[in-house]
Design a protein around this ligand. Structure first.
Ligand code: BGC
Length: 381
């Protein structure tokens, strides 16, 4: 049974909070929450964050995901720059990790197994010969517990879930959190964190498909992208890094000066089952653990600009190569390369490169905590 989002503003009992006037006014700031539908008999909720500048973000507790980001373009017209679906049922059906929180380990683990403290752990092999995005039922396919929060930066939602020891083959009970905050500075802040009771790899990743021309507006090949990365991780035919940290100089992956995504697109043509396009991890400049601006994306038609700041070592630049003309929100068609993902992360397959120079340790131990910050800032030019 499906229900439209309830026009109920769930007001936070916090002084100074704006937008709790009731009536679901679309212009007021704050948080709106309601039931979206049911999945396997479980209730799924949707939330809308609004700020005072006309920016709106829709979130959902299934997959702790983003389903829409509406931002004013250079003419003040609201544009939804995120791919997604009208009904919650379509997310598991059309599963390509739309908007979700991916875990316990985002990206690939070679051969679907790893050794830790003398034990060998076997994971689902769900992407060619490898493990991808946490397995058959990763964090993206669970309903998280949602709480509305009010921080000094703005209103938001905190999603939490406990991933039991053994889930998808991973050791340790992992307590995970994904917080989304919309600021008055037009930032969508995402903070992912986790703790564990036994050593486990952990690399939680956010997977929104962006098209700053508007979802369903065609390919992103005319968008301009800058990525502040001197190096990337070359991969084998199954997208597992070779271990080398190669310089981008003279390669199509040199985005340091900013360039149109389409300009070097021909360097990655389709080949058999490989749809071609960008699907690469770049090694971000700057100090890991320090939040710094690492990417800037802009659309020539809407003038919408999105910058990403993060504390992570890498970013997966993926041009929606497996989008296949599926129908999205409002009947929009999501053609191949109709969006891109900019997934900040630890480098793919880091668990097999432990101790190597330039690779961060993705093993989370009891008594320590995993943290990952992403700030998406929207402006126009
Ligand atoms: C990966 C792609 C994969 C896609 C699935 C991306 O993060 O890099 O290889 O096909 O997720 O949606």
């Amino acid at each position: 049974m499906r229900h439209p989002i309830l026009p109920v503003l769930l007001c936070l009992a916090v002084g100074g909070f704006v937008g709790c006037k009731g009536g679901g006014s679309m212009s007021s700031e704050g948080v709106e929450a309601g039931r979206w539908g049911d999945l396997d008999g479980d209730r799924v909720q949707r939330f809308t964050l609004r700020n005072g500048n006309g920016m709106e973000v829709d979130l959902c507790d299934y997959g702790a995901m983003v389903t829409s980001v509406r931002v004013p373009d250079r003419n003040g017209i609201s544009v939804d720059v995120v791919l997604g679906f009208d009904s919650i049922e379509e997310y598991p059906q059309k599963s390509q990790y739309f908007g979700c929180t991916v875990g316990r380990v985002g990206n690939r683990i070679a051969g679907g197994s790893f050794e830790l403290d003398g034990e060998t752990y076997s994971l689902a092999v769900n992407n060619g010969p490898n493990h991808l995005h946490g397995g058959e039922r990763g964090f993206d396919k669970h309903i998280w517990t949602a709480t509305q929060i009010l921080t000094s930066r703005g209103a938001g939602i905190r999603f939490t879930r406990v991933s039991p020891a053994g889930e998808e083959g991973y050791p340790g009970t992992l307590e995970a959190e994904a917080i989304y905050i919309l600021t008055e500075n037009d930032e969508l802040v995402i903070e992912m964190s986790a703790t564990t009771d036994a050593a486990t790899p952990c690399n939680i990743v956010h997977h929104t498909y962006w098209n700053l021309g508007g979802h369903g507006s065609g390919t992103v090949l005319d968008e301009t992208l800058l990525i502040d990365a001197d190096r990337y991780t070359p991969v084998d035919a199954t997208l597992i890094p070779t271990g080398e940290l190669a310089f981008v100089d003279g390669t199509p992956l040199d985005f340091r000066a900013g360039k149109s995504i389409g300009s070097d697109f021909g360097a990655f043509p389709p080949n058999g089952d490989d749809p071609g396009g960008f699907d690469h991890n770049l090694c971000l400049n700057g100090e890991v653990g320090t939040i710094r601006e690492v990417a800037r994306l802009s659309d020539p038609t809407t003038g919408i600009v999105m910058t990403i700041s993060t504390d992570q070592p890498g970013i997966q630049f993926y041009t929606g190569n497996f989008l296949n003309g599926m129908t999205g929100k409002g009947g929009a068609v999501y053609e191949k390369n109709g969006a891109l993902c900019l997934e900040t992360q630890a480098f793919p397959d880091s668990i097999h490169q432990r101790g190597e120079l330039g690779w961060s340790d993705v093993v989370l131990k009891p008594g320590t905590s995993y943290g990952h910050v992403m700030v998406h800032r929207f402006t126009t030019d």
